[in-house]
Design a binder for this molecule. Structure first.
Ligand SMILES: [Zn+2]
Length: 260
């Protein structure tokens, strides 16, 4: 079993259906059965994500408001999110976070308010969070030290010290196709330093394109796992098995993977 802990499958609705065989498991990632946790970004795609997770047995759904989309959301959106957490089968809060790069920095206050409220909801419903953090690590760590939630810092390319702070708070590090770039030294260092115990796999499909490939693809996750195996000098199977176990634990998937 291989688990893609962070992808955006609603994008498949706007692209050729070449990925659907993977979702239906007709086309496997090598010999592995693949499961997907599809992230939403704003209330506008919540219902689509829910529909996808109902239609495809191997797709699980995360709902949340991404920092890029906070200006389109308000506290009414939070009431809807709460309602969906009560009535629907959702495995995570995501994708949420803080992004203080330009031009998103102008919404800093709103980002902080909406993130705090969403994390409080995740805590209440015992859901993990998939976090996007850019130029806002101090603020994020500050919030996480006050609100106890577990989860994944997705696409983290930071120092060992910063990664350690997140790991100590109960987070795993999500590794995607960026790790394949030759100049991604920080990613390589994090993988080598922390090893499989603290990593999960992700594609962030369709947002990360692997060098020399024409377009992003769901099966890119095998290339990510292969790169980690070469960095750690271990087998691909070991990377897939251990990262899938980490993902099952953090997203509380045990027991629901076969019985959905
Ligand atoms: Zn994403």
């Amino acid at each position: 079993m291989i688990i893609d802990t962070h992808c955006h499958l609603d994008s498949l609705l706007f692209s050729p259906p070449s990925c659907f065989p993977y979702l239906l498991n007709r086309k496997k990632h090598l010999e592995f059965d693949a499961f997907f946790i599809s992230m939403s970004t704003s209330p506008l795609d919540w219902l689509t994500q829910l529909e996808l997770s109902k239609e495809f047995k191997r797709v699980y759904c995360a709902l949340g408001i991404h920092p890029y989309y906070v200006q389109n959301s308000d506290f009414k959106s939070l009431a809807l999110l709460e309602k969906l957490f009560v009535g629907e089968s959702i495995v995570a809060l995501g994708e949420v976070g803080l992004d203080f790069t330009l031009p998103y920095k102008k919404n800093k206050t709103l980002q902080l308010e909406l993130l705090t409220e969403q994390l409080l909801l995740a805590k209440r419903f015992d859901l993990p969070a998939s976090l996007h953090v850019r130029k806002a690590h101090n603020e994020m760590l500050d919030i996480l030290s006050n609100i106890t939630v577990r989860g994944v810092i997705h696409g983290l390319g930071a120092s060992k010290e910063l990664a350690r702070s997140y790991i100590d708070l109960g987070f795993k590090i999500g590794i995607n196709g960026v790790v394949i770039r030759e100049n991604a030294c920080r990613y390589h260092e994090l993988v080598r330093y922390f090893g499989l115990k603290h990593l999960v796999l992700e594609t962030d499909f369709p947002h990360v394109k692997i060098k020399n490939l024409k377009e992003p693809f769901l099966s890119d996750i095998i290339l990510v796992a292969g790169k980690i195996a070469s960095l750690l000098n271990c087998s691909l199977e070991e990377v897939v098995d251990k990262t899938s176990l980490n993902a099952q634990k953090i997203f509380n998937l045990n027991g629901i993977l076969d019985g959905k």
